[in-house]
Design a protein. Sequence first.
Length: 147
Amino acid sequence: MPISDPSGRVRLVVVDDFTPFRKALFQLFSEFKGIEVVGEAIDGNSAIETTLHLLPEVVIMDVKMPRLNGVEATRRIKRAIPDIHVVGISSQDDRVTRESMTNAGCSAFVTKECAHTLPEVIAKLTGRVIAKNAELPFPSPRPSLDF
């Protein structure tokens, strides 16, 4: 069973073999106080290992990866942890890819082009409110040096 964060944040693991995209997702999720990235993986095998060890509530799963693809990794993770939410993500948006991920147990599917919608998708899946962190005013006010 996935482990809930006592602070109410959604714990998630990001799985993608392309490091710049993984880092972009980290940046996106860091803008939301209700999301905590607790782990990452670069292929299906490490996704399974990381997920079973960390027990997040959500896994963001790339479909095409070396060694073990996201479809089979999703199938194995869902078999071990039925309550977990897996969100499939791919640069390809075709019926076969979506159906393969859905049949493996994927809760939602998002194209990489629409990755900016992931916080909203996560909120819907978990039933939590995912708000952006408070933004600092720009430019930030400078303290007065008048004596």
